[in-house]
Ligand binder design. Structure first.
Ligand code: NAD
Ligand code: LMR
Length: 342
């Protein structure tokens, strides 16, 4: 009897395992820079998604072990590793979402723009391969300086004749994650309820949290607004300094990037209620690229939430005016870099 009941339990467990091993959807995701500080925890979080059938991990080194390790998790997706330029094309074939955290992170005393010379070329090279192998994919750019790398990617895709502005995203989800956390802490709100749109770009004063648009509606003193805005704008530097030369945000970034991947997959899968902030080609302002809340659908950006930019407070209006020259210069720097290379 003992044997019998054990057998039936084992059978049940086996059925459950098989059930769990069926993905709920069959999307392929590639992470370029998968062995890095962001790449590893991000790949782990994507491995947990029931919407992913294939997870392709690409890096110039050390990716074999990361893939072997992750492949033992009993979640649906198949993990494959790809190392070096000769395997880049294969890592991208048939992929629906490409996430790019490849590149060098900041050390204390550096700005994100100080990474331009190293990371611009890395991103350009990777996106040329994306254009050749999965031109229809959603492209998520994490590599800094995002304000410039996204315009570079747009130029590369244009040059290749495959640019779809609705499918190119600079990942600014971490700014929203931080804003939500800091506001919930300061105002003693339930974290799950708090949503703060963050617009502009992803560096210093170009990061503009619209605290007046916080949901649920909440009032702030002038001091609170100043303190929260500056903390959100400098949160990346807060982590860079705490890590004291060993890098920048990796774990919170992986969390934020995984949220953006999951939102993209839900949108691809037909969910009609997916909204995220992202740095995208935009006509909400006179700048060609601008981060704002967007509605995501099967074809990428479906709509811009322009109402976020209406009825701004005086503080927000001034901050918006102040960020535009810096963001414009970063966009132009990216475009000039890409055009010089062609
Ligand atoms: P890291 O150095 O730990 O990892 C980078 C990885 O990229 C390494 O594994 C490296 O081998 C790989 N790499 C380098 N050149 C490559 C190439 N040509 N092709 C493929 N892979 C390549 O750095 P990290 O902490 O993971 O940060 C990565 C980038 O993300 C940095 O530029 C950082 O500034 C940026 N970042 C952005 C945000 C954001 O909010 N958008 C947040 C945090 C970090
Ligand atoms: C962040 O916001 O944490 C990233 O952009 C990394 C950095 O350099 O601050």
């Amino acid at each position: 009897a003992l044997r019998g009941s054990f057998a039936s339990k084992a059978q049940k467990a086996d059925q459950r395992t098989q059930y769990h091993l069926q993905p709920q959807a069959s999307y392929k995701v590639a992470v370029l820079g998968a062995a890095g500080g962001i790449g590893q925890p991000l790949s782990l979080l994507i491995k947990m998604s029931p919407l992913v059938s294939d997870l392709h991990l690409y890096d110039i080194a050390n990716v074999k072990g990361v893939a072997a390790d992750l492949s033992h998790c009993n979640t649906p997706s198949q993990v494959r590793d790809f190392t070096g330029n000769s395997e880049l094309a294969n890592s991208l074939k048939g992929v629906n979402v490409v996430v790019i955290p490849a590149g060098v992170p900041r050390k204390p005393g550096m700005t994100r723009d100080d990474l331009f010379n190293l990371n611009a070329g890395i991103v350009k090279n990777l996106v040329e391969a994306v254009a050749d192998n999965c031109p229809d994919a959603f492209i998520h750019i994490i590599s800094n300086p995002v304000n410039s790398t996204v315009p570079i990617v747009a130029e590369v895709l244009k040059e290749k004749g495959v640019y779809d502005p609705k499918k190119l995203f600079g990942v600014t989800t971490l700014d929203v994650v931080r804003a939500n956390t800091f506001v919930a802490q300061k105002k003693n709100l339930k974290l799950i309820d708090v949503d703060v749109p963050v617009v502009g770009g992803h560096a210093g004063i170009t990061i503009l949290p619209l605290l007046s648009k916080t949901k649920p509606s909440v009032s702030f003193t002038d001091e609170e607004i100043q303190e929260l805005t500056v903390r959100i704008q400098n949160a990346g530097t807060e982590v860079v300094e705490a890590k004291a030369g060993t890098g920048s945000a990796t774990l919170s970034m992986a969390y934020a990037a995984a949220r953006f991947v999951e939102s993209s997959l839900r949108a691809l899968d037909g969910d009609a209620d997916v909204y995220e902030c992202a740095y995208v080609q935009s006509d909400l302002t006179e700048l060609p690229f601008f981060a704002s809340r967007v509605k995501l659908g099967r074809k990428g950006v479906e709509a811009f939430i322009s109402s976020d930019l209406q009825g701004l407070t005086e503080y927000e209006q001034k901050a918006l005016a102040a960020l535009k020259p810096e963001l414009k210069a970063s966009i132009e720097k990216g475009i000039a870099f890409a055009q010089k290379q062609t």
